[in-house]
Design a protein around this ligand. Structure first.
Ligand code: NDP
Ligand code: PMR
Length: 397
């Protein structure tokens, strides 16, 4: 179906608002679409109140034995063949994580540990994606609980398979929440899941990556353009801004402090973008501290705008309807889940993407390139401060 989008709303929408201006009216306004004669006109997309509580999914970890061989058998030509790699992917039950798991499993060279909070959903998703049942193992992980993260690490170690790649991919986005929700440990949900849960996970699994004999071990933390204020997308309000991290220093729990990293008023969309800045800063801090010592490649990426994923599940229906055609026909930033999965799979396994400390992006021809991060997302002092504060919050210091 051909869709044509009128762009009359763009000039005002494109101009970034002043810092500190209200967000709740931001929106992706007045898109006029003509779809095979059907005309849809929208005015401002109002934001709905919706409160989400911490996930209480209680599904026990599945710790089935993994069949990935750890030996390096000789091929007929006498050349050594690489053993099957094992990659952990968080949030592999949908969207980018699932597409990446599928892309890797289809190569026959990877076993994927799908680290998911909802076992049944993950299992059905893998089946629906046509993944060979021997190419993956589902292990329960709820990033909204530090206990669950620690338990996950124990469960994965019991599989007794080397861990060669870890992909921190899972995320929540709560643009319509009027009030914050909290993780089991009392952190604001978006930063708690997207950053703090992954921070603990990555710190714990670094030793496992180091112990692996795989030739190219990688820790990947998914970032985004919307956390980078050196881009147009990153200038759509509310803009990411960690400030002096006073809210994080206060515990991010709203008790005597703020639930926002910069100490400001709660804003779900900003909390998500802040969490993506944390993801990109964390990757670089890992690189500075551990790349030389461990040989692990640390990388982040913006896979493109995958406008159809579950990430937007809490946005208003009109946004979900208009966002994909807007990205497809106007910004041209759209990528399918399949294409985005192939991109992340490259960062996992492509021999040409071994450089550490890089934030990868792809151009119009789908060729990868090293992208520039915004000033804040590449601020080494902020990365160190973020690291130190995060360590305290997750109980590592
Ligand atoms: P999805 O919502 O499809 O996937 C997010 C995944 O995270 C789901 O599998 C979800 O599990 C999981 N998840 C959420 N909360 C938790 C939790 N507490 N514990 C464990 N897993 C959890 O979104 P996307 O695929 O779009 O997002 C994947 C990554 O891509 C994110 O890091 C996002 O920031 C990034 N990204 C996305 C872009 C896009 O345009 N969509 C653009 C740039 C970056 P469940 O299935 O149970 O809900
Ligand atoms: Mg954005 C080149 C322009 C571009 C790109 C690549 C994106 C990606 N966006 C762009 C532009 C614009 N967006 C413009 C001009 C507007 C104002 C009309 C706009 C609006 C907008 C909204 C309301 N865009 C959004 C939202 C969201 O709620 C999404 C978001 O911020 O999620 C955090 C989003 C996104 N735009 C993107 C991408 C990749 C997203 C979502 C995912 C993410 O960063 O993780």
């Amino acid at each position: 179906m051909a869709l044509q989008a009128a762009t009359s709303f763009l000039p005002s929408a494109l101009s970034a608002r002043k810092e500190g201006s209200s967000v709740k009216d931001s929106a992706f306004l007045g898109v006029r679409l003509a779809a095979d004669g059907l005309k849809l006109e929208t005015s401002a997309l109002g934001l709905r109140t919706k409160r989400v509580s911490a996930s209480s999914v209680a599904i026990r970890a599945q710790a089935a034995a993994v069949s990935s061989p750890t030996v390096t058998p000789a091929s007929a030509s006498g050349k050594k063949t690489l053993r099957k790699g094992t990659a952990i992917i968080t949030g592999a039950s949908s969207g980018l994580g699932l597409a990446t798991a599928k892309a890797l499993s289809e190569t026959g060279k990877w076993h994927v540990i799908m680290a998911c909070r909802d076992f049944l959903k993950a299992s059905r998703a893998a089946k629906a994606a046509g993944m060979d049942k021997d190419s993956f193992t589902i292990v329960h992980l709820d990033l909204a609980s530090l206990d669950s993260v620690r338990q996950f690490v124990k469960n994965v170690r019991q599989l007794e398979t080397p861990i060669d790649v870890v992909v921190c991919n899972a995320a929540v986005y709560q643009p319509t929440a009027k009030a914050p929700s909290y993780t089991a440990d009392g952190f604001e949900m978006s930063v708690g899941v997207n950053h703090l849960g992954h921070f603990l996970l990555a710190r714990e699994l670094l030793a496992d990556l180091q112990a692996s004999d795989y030739p190219s071990k990688r820790l990947i933390i998914v970032g985004s353009i919307t956390g980078n204020t050196n881009t147009l997308a990153g200038n759509v309000p509310p803009k990411a801004n960690l400030g002096d991290l006073r809210g994080l220093a206060g515990g991010l729990n709203g008790v005597g402090g703020s639930v926002m990293i910069d100490g400001g008023e709660f804003d779900g969309a900003k909390a998500y973008k802040d969490s993506k800045v944390c993801n990109m800063l964390t990757m670089q801090e890992f690189h500075r501290r551990y790349h030389e010592e461990t040989g692990v490649t640390f990388a982040s990426l913006y896979p493109g705008c995958i406008a159809t994923t579950g990430l937007f599940r809490e946005h208003i229906p009109l946004f979900r309807l208009l966002f994909p055609p807007f990205q497809k026909y106007i910004t041209k930033g759209y990528v399918s889940e399949e294409e985005a999965g192939k991109r992340l799979a490259q960062v996992v396994s492509d021999p040409s993407l071994t450089k550490s400390g890089v934030y990868w992006s792809w151009n119009k021809n789908s060729a990868s390139f090293e992208n520039q991060l915004s000033e804040e997302a590449s601020d080494a002092d902020k990365a160190k401060k973020l690291w130190d504060l995060s360590e305290k919050l997750v109980g590592l210091a």
